[in-house]
Design a protein around this ligand. Sequence first.
Ligand SMILES: Nc1ncnc2c1ncn2[C@@H]1O[C@H](COP(=O)(O)OP(=O)(O)OP(=O)(O)O)[C@@H](O)[C@H]1O
Length: 572
Amino acid sequence: MNSKVPISKQRSSPVLTETAAKSPDRTSSSNWSNSSNGSPEPGISRSKLGTRKHESESGSIERLNEDNSFRKITTNYNQNEDNINVVVRVRPLSKKEMQRGDTQIVDFPGNGQIMVGDYWGNVHLLGSPIWFQVDHCARTGSDSHKPKRFSYNVVFEPGATQEDVLQFSGMKRLISMAIEGFRCTCFCYGQTGSGKTHTLTGPPGLIGTRTVPYSENHGLIFRSFQYLFQQIQLQSDTHFVLKASYLEIYNEKVIDLLNSGSLRKPLAVRWSKKACGFFVENLFTVDCEELDDLIAVLEEGLRNRSIGRHNMNDYSSRSHTILTVHISSELPAENGVFISRTGKINFVDLAGSEMTKKTQSQGKMLEEANNINKSLMVLGYCIATLSDPKKRSSHIPYRDSKLTKLLADSLAGNGATLMIACISPAKSNACETVNTLRYAARAKEIRTKPVVLMDPREALILSLKREIDVLQNENKHLRSALHIYSSSTPNSGEQSPLKTPPHVDFADLGNLEWNELTELVRLYVKENAELRKKNNEFFTAREQLQRDHELVCRENERLSKKLEELKEKKSD
Ligand SMILES: Nc1ncnc2c1ncn2[C@@H]1O[C@H](COP(=O)(O)OP(=O)(O)OP(=O)(O)O)[C@@H](O)[C@H]1O
């Protein structure tokens, strides 16, 4: 029950949100500030540390401290499965931030909550004479600078590891759903430099020409691939086919990251009537038989994606990327019929929103930043509309950007979606942090209804099979009903509703009075009439049952024939 996973150590700070009420040795909320400047300490034996999850207390997670004591921490698992699952990951303060004396402004009160402290004030930025007013962002009300509290399904604190994210974000559930045939999406959202790419793929250079086979820095995509293959191997009776594609949306153009021969020729995004969704025309898909094939796709895409350097991130993604793994499966059902399903999982690394004043982007970088901000704004608008119960059935402006066109089915359609909102804990980023948290809070309100997508032919076969089952059951029922009716005599015992006249010996008939005799005759006449009527009813019922029986037999034959034809067509 207590599975231990290695964690990175971060002084006494919990990694996931600490429970407010249940933790006996709960450290005070000021605890976070002890570690506020602490990035994971190097040189500490990681194998000694671990987490365990209490099955009895929903979602309770404990962290094994250095002194072998367990410290209770918990995440809020009161997740409504019909809504987008939103988790928050807070990265540690960066070296740069620490050097310039930036402080941590987020706190973790427990139960999936996160608090952004009083962010009214000035912070000395970039080691230069520039003083940056933290509260520069939309200070609308008098209390706008007051601490703000938000709650999510899970909050990962700065010491959370890459493995923690796989284990506790709901990603594993998403992978299982994709295997079952659902359309699933995991997307990372947040300001530039907040840790989106780190969460999905790890630090720069980890995946490249020579990918390290195992590293605790490997991100969610690498770990999901491993988990996906483990799950597939467990289902030995099902035949799986995996394909992958990788694209980026750079300055509103869709570029294939796997087809470098195309010289970054933009691809068109079109509407498919058949699939009822947008798709990218001529996008390269690669068959992936083994885990290494999927990793090769990841490597190739990361090599080709657009990266730039600005004040806030040396390796800033200048585009949104979507890596898609299509999972087709064929499961043998009864009567030699195969049920095939096609699920998919999208990993979306959004480019970070940026304040160009802070990143000091110019020229090409400025154009990129404007396009990034514009498409994120459309995404934000779609999220805001979808999350508002009064507006969600109105027009959603998916068509206003390539990003929202391609994410349309993940946001509102029939898929399951995980949003990882990445934030910086630094005071200098408080304004962007609050914006991201607001965005994420809105996304949490979006309802989705995941449905399995099937090949129409397969769906027909399955529905015919179901129909045959229903008819066969009906048939059985009619047969037994027919048997009951025909075996039951009209006036036998409880079955007969008839009132039988009193029994009289023929020898005693002569002793009866005239009026007694008339009454007796009247009763027998009445009984006779009722018996005749009942008999007629039984005959009619029997004839009806025989006709129904014949019809069902004929229908059975017709459906079996159709099923045979479809099977033949399929095998052609
Ligand atoms: N959880 C974390 N632990 C340690 N380092 C992190 C973490 N998250 C981010 N970093 C580091 O912070 C820096 C910025 O992160 P990253 O590039 O992932 O940000 P981003 O949100 O993808 O930015 P952009 O939108 O500009 O692409 C990187 O050096 C990364 O390794």
